[in-house]
Every structure is written in structure tokens, then in C-alpha cells.
Design a protein around this ligand. Structure first.
Ligand code: PLP
Length: 397
């Protein structure tokens, strides 16, 4: 009667939300200060003051009907223009306003792009470790996810494995940098190798292969790490951007899809993504928040807060004997499980009230994710628990 595949998506447990709910329960039982919830990736830095000031000013002074009215499905033309100008000024001359579609977060952009670009039977290449939802969006529209293992230790892309995985059916390649869950930023060398191969394969197969760059953490890069902008390397690029993390407004659901104006079949790509968004029931993103974004397009969160957390967490865990992938961006630490199955390790961590996310759903079962967008004190207070966990595995002796 219903699609079993879609029912399964509905039933599939969300490990992160379940863990976060469990943390909430434990906090009620034993006190919030005794529970160390590193599960969810929701910023705990307040939104920059410019966001609240813009909101308050709009509510007080803008036309009270206009700020709540529908906008065009892709967003208000003036806001799309501001976003396009911001991209062009920041990264090079890549987009026009009509190639900007304002979405409900990066999720809305990824879903619309994958539905718009693929037809059943197409293949979508996804590198490990990967954001879990890519699989759902890919499969829901009849395309096939092809998972390519990255290089263990650095978690940069393994270009040889990529070359083996790419076929005539490859329609889309997804890249996410800074990466959730590894915190890794793909180097320019990696990006050049990946895009050179894609150019070569496009020529060989005689059809475009699209690059979907998922960038919710673009501005969360530490120590001035360079995050290559993919439209500078490859024309068939679509960027899925989000304001959730950089402006600390995940609940407002704001993001956009940006399509490079040099993209093959540009008009069709713009229209197929718009059609896909329409088919998914997207009418327009929040009008009020579109206006807020228009005023805050240059504003970013305070990265130093997360950097301080990262530095304490990485140095402490390494001193205890844990092996970590050094995170250059985002607010996640990817740690090697001392036993092959990180599920077992994360279960053990719960005994010390540490909520850590096993790597299975990211495609790397022997690693786990520690989300450090938490208060600095939470990290400091959690260290004795991590020490006990390390001792339980005979580390740090
Ligand atoms: N892509 C990645 C890699 C993410 O980590 C997230 C959220 O955590 C998203 C996309 C979705 O972000 P949004 O809140 O903008 O929908």
C-alpha cells in the first residue's frame, strides 16, 4: 500500500537525535552538570548581534504585512541578488541571481539538487565519512549511492578509489568540506585531483558530471585554513549553503542552492532544481528571515569559541592515548575507536555519561564523532570521564 523504502526512512532510528534525547533524560535524572552530551551538531554560540538587531528592526519598522507575505518560490529577487553579489565578491564571478534558490537550510538545497539532477538508475558518488542524509535523498529519488572510502588517518579523498568508482552512470559527486563528521578540509591538491578526473571522465563519457558542494561549515575554518571554492575549479558545480552553523540559526531553516553560471545546460539545471523544489512542496523560505539574511550576508559566527573547544579537546584526548583526526574546520572531532566496533565503544562511553556518536552511519564503523559545539566548561568537566573511558581500554599507560 505504501512504499516500503519510504516507510523504512521514517522508521530508521536517528542515532544522533536518540542519543541527544537520552542525554536529556539522564540530565533530568542525575543533573545536567553530570552529563556530557557530544551528540548533536547544533551551535551553542548565540547568533551574532546583527541577526537579532535586523530581526527587531524589521519587526518594529518594516511593513507588517509585507514581512510575512509569500515571496517568489526561489526567494525575494532582491535577496537573491544580494546573495549572488556576495558570492561573486568573495570567490570570483560565478553566479547570477537567477541561479540562486533560497532553501530551508542546506538540506532543502541538497534535496532539490539531487531530485532535480538525477533520474532513476543514475549514480551519486559519496565519500566517507559522509553526512547520513545524503543516502536518503539519493535513494528517495531512485538514484544509487556509490560510497567511496577515503584515506584512513587523513580522510582526504582517495583519488585512485574514486577513479575506480566513477562510471558512465555517475551523474553527481558530493563533496563536503569542512567535513561533518571528520572536521577535515579538503586540500587544494585533493580538489584539483578530483576535479581533473571529473573533467577527464566527462570528456570520455560525453555528458556532464555535476559536483554538489555541501558547505554548511564553510566559514568554520581554524588557523586561517584555506577552503577552496569549488566553482573556481569546476564549472558544473552547485553549492548547497546553510546559515544554520555560521549564523547559529539552525532552527530558522535558511540556506541556498547556488548554480554556477558556466554550468552545462545551465537553464535546464536552474529549471530542474526549481521544479524539484516545487515538487517537494517548497513554496518559499521564511520572508522575514530572507530579509535578515540580506542584512547579515557578511556576518559570521565567532570561530574562536569553537577553536578554543577544539584545542582543549584534541590535546586532552590525545594525551589520554586516543587517536584523533586533526580537525581544521567544522565543530566535530573524529576519533578512532580503540576497538573495531565504535558502537561497542560508544555504548561503554555512556556508562561514564559521555554521549558520542558511532561512525557506522557515517560509513566508518571504527571511528566515532565528538561534537564540540558545547560550552567550554562541558569539555573541561568531561575530561575525568574521558580519562576513565581511556583507562577502561588500557590507554595512556
Ligand atoms: N550537510 C551537512 C554536512 C550537515 O552537517 C548538515 C547539518 O548538520 C546539513 C547538511 C544540513 O544543514 P541544514 O541545517 O542547513 O539543513
Amino acid at each position: 500500500m505504501f512504499s516500503q523504502e519510504i516507510i523504512d526512512f521514517g522508521r530508521k532510528p536517528n542515532v544522533i537525535r536518540d542519543l541527544s534525547a537520552y542525554a536529556g533524560k539522564r540530565k533530568q535524572e542525575i543533573g545536567a552538570e553530570n552529563v556530557f552530551d557530544f551528540s548533536i551538531g547544533s551551535p551553542n554560540v548565540p547568533a551574532p548581534k546583527e541577526v537579532h538587531e535586523a530581526m527587531m528592526d524589521l519587526i518594529r519598522n518594516a511593513d507588517p504585512v509585507a514581512i510575512h507575505a509569500y515571496t517568489g518560490a526561489a526567494g525575494d529577487p532582491s535577496v537573491r541578488k544580494i546573495i549572488a553579489e556576495h558570492i561573486n565578491q568573495s570567490f570570483g564571478d560565478h553566479v547570477e541571481p537567477r541561479g540562486i534558490y533560497i532553501t530551508a537550510g542546506a538540506s532543502g538545497a541538497i534535496a532539490a539538487a539531487l531530485k532535480g539532477l538525477t533520474i532513476p538508475g543514475d549514480e551519486v558518488i559519496i565519500f566517507t565519512p559522509h553526512y547520513m542524509e545524503y543516502l536518503i535523498y539519493t535513494q528517495a529519488y531512485g538514484a544509487k549511492p556509490v560510497i567511496v572510502q577515503s584515506m584512513e588517518d587523513t580522510f582526504q579523498i582517495d583519488v585512485d578509489r574514486f577513479a575506480d568508482a566513477i562510471t558512465e552512470k555517475t551523474k553527481v559527486v558530493i563533496l563536503n568540506s569542512p567535513n561533518n563528521p571528520s572536521g577535515v578540509i579538503y586540500t587544494e591538491r585533493t580538489i584539483k585531483a578530483v576535479t581533473d578526473l571529473m573533467k577527464q571522465k566527462q570528456a570520455e563519457y560525453g555528458h556532464p558530471i555535476f559536483l554538489l558542494s555541501d558547505e554548511p561549515y564553510r566559514e568554520l575554518a581554524y588557523d586561517n585554513a584555506f577552503v577552496p571554492y569549488l566553482m573556481n575549479y569546476y564549472d558544473n558545480t552547485l553549492v548547497c549553503y546553510s546559515y544554520s552553523k555560521t549564523l547559529s540559526i539552525p532552527g530558522e531553516r535558511m540556506g541556498y542552492l547556488a548554480i554556477c553560471k558556466r554550468c552545462a545546460a545551465y537553464r535546464d539545471v536552474v529549471d530542474t532544481c526549481a521544479g524539484a523544489a516545487r515538487a517537494l512542496g517548497h513554496i518559499c523560505a521564511s520572508n522575514l528571515y530572507q530579509r535578515v539574511i540580506a542584512r547579515c550576508v557578511d556576518v559570521v559566527a565567532d570561530v574562536s569559541y569553537y577553536k578554543r573547544n577544539r584545542d582543549l579537546l584534541v590535546s586532552s584526548l590525545e594525551n589520554m592515548g586516543f587517536t584523533c583526526v586533526h580537525p581544521d574546520g567544522a565543530f566535530y572531532l573524529f576519533m578512532k575507536s580503540p576497538v573495531p566496533d565504535s558502537m561497542e565503544f560508544c555504548q561503554k562511553a555512556k556508562e561514564f555519561e559521555l554521549m558520542l556518536v558511532p561512525g557506522h552511519d557515517f560509513g566508518v564503523p571504527n571511528y566515532l564523532r565528538v561534537s564540540y559545539c558545547v560550552a567550554y566548561e562541558t569539555i573541561r568537566n568531561s575530561l575525568p570521564a574521558f580519562s576513565k573511558l581511556a583507562a577502561a581500554y588500557g590507554l595512556g599507560k
